[in-house]
Write a protein that binds this ligand. Structure first.
Ligand SMILES: [Zn+2]
Length: 371
């Protein structure tokens, strides 16, 4: 079966919906044609000349990256500048480039979940801003209510604390008249129909809206689904990129720092705090996470693991009594490459498509440390 770029985009946006991205970000299709048939996928943190050459050599025409190729607004496309040259070559060679950036950082099941898993954090939960809640009301024939409820639950609706499949269902009568051209599931054209329908209500975080509505439409038998979706003022569920959890057992800060270094494969980590202090409550955020230091301390974290921390970030951590471990921007995000590749391999297998998914071997941390 031929897989198009738009199919892969749909999978990636189920994993990391675009509305989860920060306002200043520019994830999504950077370059290319959603209608192109995919010959292979290359996954990398960045889209560079080297990555393009590597992918083309492997017969790949879709590049999935973490950092967007086009980040700041383009003011010119000049073939004698590096970015212009890269975009031109990618376009001429028929490549598509798709980026999942802060939407992947913020997604449940995204980059920071993979990072928390890799570091063995237990019960890691987002600690950033709340994800607003929405209410979905859908009207469905009685004999389809169970199937629809399961589909909604699978897509992430109806989860409240430690309970799933939370819905309210009331029986009523639905009416409709199929007009000329309609292909009704029940009833005949030009005749008013009355059907026993269930009014099914459930709740969902806004970040799952696209996924839940799509699941509802797939599981609903009607040609035109009748549903309402409205915002709630209930406090939402905390979201954002950071995760806060516990270590399986308390350990000395020094041991944790070496564990981070080893698990991420980093060349070095930078640490502040008492190396002998035992830590248990850990916050983390891959990439460049200096902005979450104060919040992590406020929420009781003893140590915060991130990347790209600056001199003043370390001073702030010290003043708040929060130990910091900087694993490096590159190393704390590298897990996104294997994570996205694994995800895409799973989706391709589900679709019965035999396409290569290749993790770049040419991209490296873009600097060296000389001691
Ligand atoms: Zn990054």
């Amino acid at each position: 079966m031929a897989i198009k770029v738009r199919d892969v985009i749909r999978w990636l946006e189920d994993l990391a919906p675009l509305h989860l991205a920060e306002e200043w970000d520019n994830p999504g299709l950077q370059l290319g044609d959603p209608g192109d048939v995919v010959t292979g996928i290359m996954v990398s943190l960045d889209f560079t000349q080297e990555v393009l050459a590597e992918g083309l050599e492997k017969g790949v025409n879709l590049f999935v990256t973490h950092h967007p190729l086009i980040f700041r607004p383009l003011t010119r496309l000049s073939w004698n500048r590096p970015q212009g040259r890269l975009i031109k070559e990618a376009a001429v060679r028929g490549a598509s480039v798709y980026a999942l950036h802060t939407n992947l950082d913020n997604a449940r099941g995204g980059l920071n979940c993979w990072l928390a898993e890799a570091l063995g954090l237990k019960e890691a939960q987002p600690f950033g801003k709340a994800d607003p809640l929405e209410k979905l009301v859908v009207f469905v024939p009685r004999d389809h209510a169970g199937k629809l409820m399961n589909a909604l639950a699978e897509a992430g609706a109806g989860h409240i604390g430690q309970y799933s499949h939370c819905t309210f269902q009331a029986l009523g009568k639905g009416t409709f008249k199929p007009l000329t051209g309609a292909k009704p599931y029940i009833g005949k054209v030009d005749e008013i129909e009355e059907v026993d329908e269930v009014r099914l209500e459930t709740i969902l975080p806004r970040s799952l809206r696209t996924k839940v509505v799509r699941a509802m439409m797939d599981a609903h038998p009607y040609e035109e689904e009748a549903y309402d979706l409205y915002p709630l003022v209930n406090p939402g569920v905390r979201g954002g990129p950071g995760r806060l959890g516990s270590l399986p057992a308390p350990m000395a800060l020094e041991e944790l720092a070496f564990t981070v270094k080893k698990r991420l494969g980093a060349r070095a980590v930078r640490v502040s705090g008492e190396l002998v202090q035992k830590v248990d409550k850990v916050a983390l955020c891959g990439g460049s996470g200096g902005g979450l230091i104060s919040l992590a301390a406020d929420l009781g974290a003893q140590v915060y693991i991130s990347g790209d921390l600056k001199y003043h970030d370390f001073l702030l951590g010290q003043s708040l009594g929060l130990a910091l471990i900087d694993g490096g921007h590159y190393w704390t995000e590298l897990i996104a490459v294997s994570g996205m590749a694994r995800f895409l391999e799973g989706k391709l297998a589900e679709a019965g498509a035999d396409l290569p998914v290749v993790c770049t071997k040419v991209q490296r941390e873009p600097f060296m440390e000389l001691n």
